[in-house]
Design a protein around this ligand. Structure first.
Ligand code: SF4
Length: 197
């Protein structure tokens, strides 16, 4: 039957055994394993379990810091900065360092919430449904509000019925595509991005 509780004697014996001073007196270098205890000797790095290391880009801002994603059986174990990146050289700011928590938090909202006009309750909807609805409303609004000429005859080919407000996570290339699609393709002129880095 294994002992469930350590007695005071066990604790004292464990302390003396793990205490670095007697080990150093017995000849162990104070620079080597002086801080090692029975417990720390049995610990293994968490990342040793990873069977895959993937690469990603931090999703939070347009700096675009590179990340390494350690995973086991397809599930992420840890995310850290990629030292090969000339942008962040292995570092992440506190936001980027919290990517693992953001990805795996049980509080993360994983469905689209929709509140129909005049409704008082939100409904959970699939992402595909939301994308189709956004495309439908964008096309309808653009068609209803598109102006080719101003009253004085000035050619404008624009709509003031739709605006776009981007987030900090959008990078250069994404903003380029947004400008191309919204401005050049749809005639939207109210386009803004929050990123100011
Ligand atoms: S949020 Fe921080 S870690 Fe992420 S890209 Fe921006 S600076 Fe880099």
């Amino acid at each position: 039957m294994p002992k469930l509780r350590r007695t005071v004697g066990d604790r004292v014996r464990g302390f003396v055994k793990d205490w670095s001073l007697p080990r150093q007196i017995a000849g162990e270098s104070p620079m080597s394993k002086a801080a090692e205890s029975t417990t720390s000797r049995s610990l293994r790095p968490r990342l040793e379990q990873a069977d895959t290391i993937g690469t990603s880009i931090c999703p939070f801002c347009a700096v675009g810091c590179a990340q390494l994603v350690y995973a086991k059986n397809g599930k992420p174990l840890h995310i850290e900065g990629d030292p090969r990146s000339p942008v962040n050289q292995g570092t992440l700011c506190p936001k980027g360092g919290a990517t693992f928590g953001m990805l795996t938090s049980p509080q993360r909202v994983a469905t689209v919430l929709y509140r129909a006009p005049h409704a008082t309750e939100w409904e959970a909807k699939p992402l595909d449904w939301a994308m189709d609805r956004i495309a439908f409303l964008t096309k309808r609004t653009r068609d209803e509000t598109f102006v080719e000429d101003l009253p004085d005859g000035t050619k404008v080919n624009h709509t003031l019925g739709i605006g776009s407000l981007g987030g900090a996570t959008l990078d250069n290339e994404e903003n380029y595509l947004i400008k191309k699609l919204f401005n050049g393709g749809l005639g939207i002129v109210s386009i803004e991005n929050q990123a100011r880095i």
